[in-house]
Ligand binder design. Structure first.
Ligand code: PBG
Length: 330
């Protein structure tokens, strides 16, 4: 239905005052839309700045549990754990990934003990544990698919048994969602959910993350034989469709800002709980410009996070979660 033309219609009428703008606002951001990714290190009382992500720290399990309590108090529903693994534990078979006493499992238990009502999500991929820095098992120049999937199933069961609520495979191997679902179900873990990194692109925006977890140095080559080509859109829909068919409960698009078109298409096509990962490089850009005084950090952060909602995301994984939740809590 067309608007009556000007001057009968004056679009500025609905923008005249703050209460009017609030009244007609179509999309809102709340703390419940935020998932907070965190980095965990060994030790007690330990915190370390991540050089390429100002304001982001790696925390030992005890400090992480305290931080999770604060996050829940701010209304954040879920936290996503990423480990900084001691290089001496990294091997070509990445077997530390399914050691029930590994750093991830200890972090899950510490958080769940301290804050039973926060959701805990764990990344499933071999890169923090693999001496080759890849998400899968490497043989020569090839990242093996089916052998990797077997490892991912063991890793998923191990994390779920430690108390993880949401298993999040980020590896982009084919067939892993079906295999992980079957593995969880056979282990009586049928209530553990899967959030698939369904459309994950081979991106330069992961650079600071690889510093944060210490996987960057080990990585030989790139991840282009398993992560998606940034030129493709239809392929993302096929990836998402297959993961839904294999049993994913929630799907994710990654990175976030340069791929909001994918978020919109995925949400429209499948109507699934759909998430976007506002990745480390996106955080570093905004935070760096904010610290330099080139942008007003709070303003652009909130504008950007709202953009994810407008694109159709049900929630956003973001390193800004605490800063944004504090603003939203006034
Ligand atoms: C690895 C993984 C990556 C991220 C989450 N899980 C990096 C990669 O694929 O190399 C990136 C997160 C970010 O950049 O914030 N499985």
């Amino acid at each position: 239905m067309p608007n009556p033309r000007f001057p009968a219609t004056r679009m500025r009428r609905n923008r005249r005052t703050p209460w009017l703008r609030e009244l007609v606002r179509e999309n809102v951001l709340t703390p419940a839309d935020l998932i907070w990714p965190v980095f965990v290190i060994e030790g007690a009382g330990e915190s370390e700045q991540v050089a390429s992500m100002p304001g982001v720290e790696r925390l030992s399990c005890d400090l992480l549990a305290a931080a999770a309590k604060d996050a829940r108090g701010l209304g954040i529903p879920m936290i996503a754990i990423f480990p900084f693994v001691d290089p001496s534990l990294k091997t070509p078979d990445a077997k530390e990934a399914w050691n029930p006493d590994n750093l991830v499992c200890r972090a899950v238990k510490a958080i769940k003990d301290a804050v039973p009502d926060i959701g805990v999500m764990c990344d499933v991929a071999l890169d923090p544990f693999n001496s080759d820095g890849h998400d899968g098992i490497v043989k020569g120049d090839v990242i093996l698919n089916d052998e990797t999937v077997e490892c991912l199933v063991k890793q998923s069961i191990c994390q779920a048994e430690a108390g993880c609520d949401v298993i999040a495979p980020s590896d982009m191997m084919d067939g892993r969602i079906a295999a992980i679902r079957a593995g969880l179900d056979e282990s009586n873990l049928q209530d553990v959910a899967i959030m698939s990194y369904a459309a994950k692109y081979a991106s330069g925006f992961y650079g600071p993350f690889r510093d944060a977890v210490g996987s960057g140095g080990a990585l030989k080559g790139d991840k282009k034989t398993y992560q998606m080509d940034p030129g493709n859109t239809d392929e993302a829909l096929r990836e998402v469709e297959m993961d839904i068919d294999e049993g994913a409960d929630m799907v994710m698009v990654k990175p976030g800002l340069p791929y909001l078109d994918i978020v919109r298409r995925v949400k429209d096509a499948f109507g699934m709980p759909t998430f976007a990962y506002n990745v480390s490089g996106e955080y570093a850009m905004l935070r760096g410009a904010g610290d330099a005084g080139w942008l007003h950090y709070d303003t652009v952060m909130m504008e950007m996070l709202l953009g994810f909602k407008r694109a159709g995301a049900d929630g956003v994984l973001t390193y800004h979660a605490i800063d944004a939740a504090k603003i939203l809590n006034g």
